[in-house]
Ligand binder design. Structure first.
Ligand code: BTN
Length: 245
């Protein structure tokens, strides 16, 4: 991981570029990094604000020999690796909000977008997009996210080395990925739960089919969130927006 790095001053989206490279046969571990994205994408078709020179905008190609159902676990592996890297570089312990947000003091510092290219019943590649607000000042966020976003610089009070953070992330990603392949998801799930904020709390999950309110019980070994509603019914949540209530 990180031996094959494609670096760009400016790109539409590292995610789009990585999809193309993966399609053209780029090996596992290929990383696409851009100083600036002119049309960065978030989850659920949202726009991702990717200011030049301040953040870490990157997409990683992973080619696990696994069925597509296991793709969501990679979002959680990535979140743990990001959290560990932030801890190592800044000394701050972030929190993880299922499935893909890394927060400090309740504000979003990293977003993760995992996308899949599959052939019949096998993953051919996963494109893991990571957007980290590294050296943004408070004035660098657009008004619509100013209250919910933060950066490592704002939280730490010091500029951070983006190169050191990327290196640390790759080291931990490689470590947890290999633990996952050899020992299964459980050790990663336990680490993930040690950073998670919503577990045990009352949450509201907005899914494509509706809203579920209840207590987040935990995640399964597949990386699925379990919520117990007020009637005691357990819901399996594959994808949703989570709010603490
Ligand atoms: C989210 O929280 O909605 C996920 C945000 C993912 C943003 C990253 S930045 C690098 C990569 N390229 C993109 O266009 N998006 C991802």
């Amino acid at each position: 991981f990180g031996r094959n790095v494609h670096y760009y001053e400016s790109l539409g989206s590292t995610q789009k570029e990585a999809h193309q490279l993966a399609y053209d046969g780029a090996p596992e571990g290929t990383l696409v990094v851009a100083e600036e994205q002119t049309s960065g994408r978030g989850r659920l078709g949202r726009e991702w604000h990717s200011l030049s020179g301040k953040g870490i905008w990157m997409s990683l190609i992973v080619r696990p020999d696994l069925p597509p159902q296991q793709a969501p676990q990679f979002t959680l592996i990535t979140a743990v690796a990001v959290a560990r890297a932030i801890e190592e570089i800044t000394g701050i312990t972030p929190e993880i909000k299922w499935p893909n947000d890394v927060l400090i003091n309740g504000k979003k510092v990293v977003g993760i977008l995992t996308e899949l290219q599959a052939e019949s019943d096998k993953i051919s590649s996963l494109i893991i997009g990571i957007g980290m607000n590294a050296n943004h000042g408070p004035e660098d966020f657009p008004p619509n996210v100013a209250h919910t976003a933060t950066s490592l610089f704002i939280e730490k009070g010091e500029k951070i080395s983006r190169a050191a953070l990327i290196q640390s992330f790759l080291k931990y990603f490689e470590r947890y990925y290999s633990i996952y392949i050899t020992e299964g998801f459980k050790p990663v799930r336990i680490l993930w739960e040690s950073y998670a904020i919503s577990i045990g709390k009352r949450i509201k999950a907005t899914t494509v089919t509706g809203v579920i309110t209840g207590r987040a019980i935990g995640i399964t070994d597949e990386g699925i969130l379990k919520i117990e509603d007020d009637e005691g019914i357990i819901h399996n949540i594959y994808s949703a927006d989570i709010q603490q209530t």
